[in-house]
Design a binder for this molecule. Sequence first.
Ligand code: ADP
Ligand code: MG
Length: 685
Amino acid sequence: MLDVQRPVQFLKGVGPSRSKQLERLGIITIEDLLYHFPREYHDRSLIRPAHSFAHGEMATVKGTVIGGSETKPRRGLTITKLALQDGAATFYAVWFNQPYIKKQYTTGKKLLITGKIDRNFGLPQVHVTDHELLDGDEGLHSGRIVPIYPATENVSQRFLRSIIKFALDQIGTQVPEFLPDKILDRYNLPCLPEALYNIHFPRDMESCQRARKRFILEELFLFQLGLGLQRSYLTRQPKMHRYNQGRLTGQLLQNLPFSLTAAQQRVWQEIESDLQGPHPMNRLLQGDVGAGKTVVAALALCRAAESGLQGSLMAPTELLAEQHARSIKEFLEPLGIKVALLTGSSKRGRQQVLADIANGVIPVVVGTHALIYEQVQFKNLGLVVVDEQHRFGVRQRAALLDKGYRPDMLVMTATPIPRTLALTLYGDLDVSVIDELPPGRQDIKTYHLTLAQAGKAVGLIRQQADQGRQSYVVCPLVEESEKLDTQAAIDLFERLQKALPSCRVGLLHGRMKANEKESVMTAFRQGSLDVLVSTTVIEVGVDVPNATVMVIWDAQRFGLAQLHQLRGRVGRGSQQSYCILVANPTTKEAQERIKAMCRTQDGFVLAEEDLKLRGPGEFFGTRQSGLPNFKIADLVRDRREVAQARKEAAQLLAQDPDLRLSQHQQLLKRFISRFPNFVKYAEIS
Ligand code: ADP
Ligand code: MG
């Protein structure tokens, strides 16, 4: 028997060049091929005489070739026309530019044909979209419910159908079932061989639906197993370090110019109790932009320091690391806690700082993720705070484990996760939410202007500058053409300089050197610039309370989450703030996004809206979110299955926390081949 884990090349008819092409579809093993599911089906099961179809209808018909002709009405066009006999009647099948047809289908051959009926001429003609030779009775491409696959250049539907059919016939019936019988029974699901057959070549749509349901549940179940394995692994790790409540956290709270909101207090308590707990903390801290996550992070880092432990705060970019270092220093240095900032550009004194971290003299370190992993050796790391949008925390923990650290982890995110998704996504994390903004925040007035109306935005900037307030003007940065985008920012900068002669306008873009960026940011922060024109490098975290205007140029090019993040850069002080979306949206979806922004400022509402508009993959930016690319499940559409899968995974892991029981070995094997990344930090093998 062929092992499904072997490369597709082991299948007959798949040579090296074919397997290269298949690789582009993500198909490497035979198993991948069997799990390359159709994206839709065309029902070509109804075979009727060609004469019974009306003009323009799609038809599947059968006939025997009785003659053929080829014409070349003009250069570059070859029309092949076969005459076919269908019972007593005759019809024509027509192909364009496929000259081999005539040689292949000689008189007497039986064909099954799908295409559009043309009745403009005497006898019916079929403009062929799919055809096959009928040897026996069974058709693969016609005369049945036909699968339509995600395909790519050079990999045709016909080829995919043929090799999938071949693989199924060879080994499809022997692939071992790995889902527990209990689950199959409970949800009335077909077993694996049957489901594989029916998802590719269903007899009828009902068996197809049952097969699909099985694979949806299977995929979600494996994913939930991954989350569960990881969680149970982490919650069994003993914590090797201890926290003691000292004076400093209390003093930090007293020093604050404000008191914590109820939500901040609650979240801080949750974190405190995790820190005291017997296992490393694994917590996600969610809070909309401006909700006040930084002070909570500072409290946790302070607790580490007063306990004689080290803490570190990791940010995704240098700019953010610098910003964080500044706020954290403001909180901690008055208490005598040393805070070091590590960035790529601060080479001076680096060796000494690293040495001081290694010998424990510096308790708190702020830097970019990469830098901290690569360069820093801690004496006794107790706590890691990760400031990040998505699910990065997971990978970071893996990297830290590799270095022998088992710190408490707090992952902060400003992306509000719709409640409908939070459990699915963060099944492995405890979640805290700061669901309340500090008091005194005003609504940010949000307006949409077309490009032709953009002059009004310039007027607003001028008027605010006259009152001593500052403005951001953001233009989109699309990774693929950073150069063009940078040029767009420079152009806009020059136009604004001309239009606002009384204002001091600064420019910030990704191609500037780190120290240039830093000096522009400093100038803006200190108020020596009125306007900052920028590509999206200021997207997260920048905090300038005196800024009251956010103009987003070409706003249709941003996703809702990003627009919301950007808007959160203003409205941080007590002044009325404004967000102006300059856009000529052409698609319905872009229009909806802009409308939603004008309608609400609630990040959760916007997140739900975004999810509806784009689906979860897009919403989280699958690649960076760590969210797997689901092949068949859809976290929003299949909510019911998500819940079922969660329940089943929890039950199974309660019985067999590391999948060691012999009856779960096939399951384990399939889990590893489907979600190899989970394995690294779940300590299973
Ligand atoms: P984010 O959650 O987006 O990181 P920050 O931590 O940057 O938000 O906080 C935004 C602003 O609100 C900061 O200027 C901070 O000092 C202030 N802030 C935080 N908590 C409170 C509070 N409880 N009361 C008043 N202002 C607060
Ligand atoms: Mg922040």
